[in-house]
Write a protein that binds this ligand. Structure first.
Ligand SMILES: NC(=O)c1ccc[n+]([C@@H]2O[C@H](COP(=O)([O-])OP(=O)(O)OC[C@H]3O[C@@H](n4cnc5c(N)ncnc54)[C@H](OP(=O)(O)O)[C@@H]3O)[C@@H](O)[C@H]2O)c1
Length: 294
């Protein structure tokens, strides 16, 4: 087992939606400080977020406030080649995890964030043309020159996890979509494989990307159950129930919150003090998969 494994804060703040939120640098700084004050020191980026603008703005704030950098763990990702017509990254052009591309993108990440060393680099998604030996070589070289301290992957399923860990045993993280509204990885063996390999699981879209708060959301069974649990526990919102549901897992899964609103971040962090019973956890689990109601 690895001895110098990175210890993330129990939740993280994700910057995917930063660019579209149109925050001023001062507002972004306030969000960062609010996270740090609550002990949330892990910040999740990717080279494609906002077409690079998320990292550029974050880097500007760090350059103006260098004391913030010392307190944080910065995660970033590469491997998705941006579609110039879509800054969201939802419709990538293609994937590239070649040695040269990983090295080039890491340099870009460091430059945009205006930092010397990246704490964690993840391969963003599965690339069917991935040469696992070459990814491992890039990771080893980035570590040797001191540009990246820790490494992981994102959206990797069991076979890909095994393949990369065979070539690079020091993989520490798999960032995957996990929420009470997205049970895929409880059913396909990924979470168990992460346990087997002693990986930290980061859960992205822990509130299902916010769809549950909109009129288009169609699983009334789950939403009603979440409201019921919220009321029974006298909580402020169903976001807290959804986050407590993830935090209940014994792997200490790290939810990556995506809101750009400070009061919602603070509300979410309170889930760290909520302990759901096994019974409630399973009631929510089953309500998530029952037939959807109109
Ligand atoms: N590795 C990957 O492939 C991958 C993929 C997706 C995301 N990620 C990471 O995960 C992070 C989080 O993902 P996410 O943004 O989808 O997470 P999320 O927390 O599930 O969803 C955030 C969205 O929900 C809305 N929201 C949150 N609380 C709300 C409330 N109480 N009422 C109404 N709307 C609410 C937010 O809007 P407001 O801002 O208006 O509050 C925002 O649009 C990203 O920033 C990124 O770092 C990684």
């Amino acid at each position: 087992m690895m001895t110098n494994k990175i210890k993330l804060s129990p939740m993280a703040f994700g910057l995917w939606r930063l660019h579209e939120a149109n925050l001023s640098d001062e507002q972004l700084k306030d969000l960062i400080v609010a996270c740090l004050e609550q002990g949330i020191n892990t910040f999740d980026h990717a080279d494609i977020y906002g077409g690079g603008q998320a990292q550029i703005q974050f880097g500007r704030v760090l350059a103006k406030n260098p004391e913030l950098r010392e307190q944080m763990i910065i995660v970033s990702k590469c491997g998705i080649v941006r579609n110039p017509e879509d800054n969201s990254g939802l419709t990538p052009s293609y994937y590239n995890t070649s040695y040269d591309y990983i090295i080039k993108q890491t340099d870009l990440i460091l430059e945009q964030l205006q930092i010397e060393v990246l704490d964690v680099l993840l391969i963003h998604r599965v690339d069917h043309l991935m040469d696992y030996k070459e990814v491992a070589r890039a990771f080893r070289d980035l570590k040797a020159v001191g540009k990246v301290k820790h490494f992981g992957v994102s959206n990797f399923l069991v076979p890909q996890l095994d393949a990369i860990i065979k070539e690079f045993p020091d993989i520490e993280i798999n960032q995957i979509q996990v929420s009470v509204d997205h049970l895929e990885h409880f059913k396909n063996g990924v979470i168990e494989r992460c346990a087997y390999h002693d990986l930290t699981v980061m859960a992205y879209s822990p509130l299902g990307g916010g769809l549950i708060f909109s009129n288009q959301y169609d699983n009334n069974l789950l939403k009603t159950k979440l409201e019921e649990v919220k009321d029974n526990l006298s909580l402020e919102g169903i976001d807290q129930v959804m986050l407590a549901w993830i935090l209940k897992h014994p792997l200490k899964i790290v939810p990556v919150l995506g809101t750009m609103k400070q009061h919602r971040l603070m509300s979410g962090f309170k889930a760290l003090d909520i302990e759901l019973t096994h019974r409630t956890w399973y009631e929510l689990y089953t309500h998530s998969q029952l037939e959807r109601m109109p």
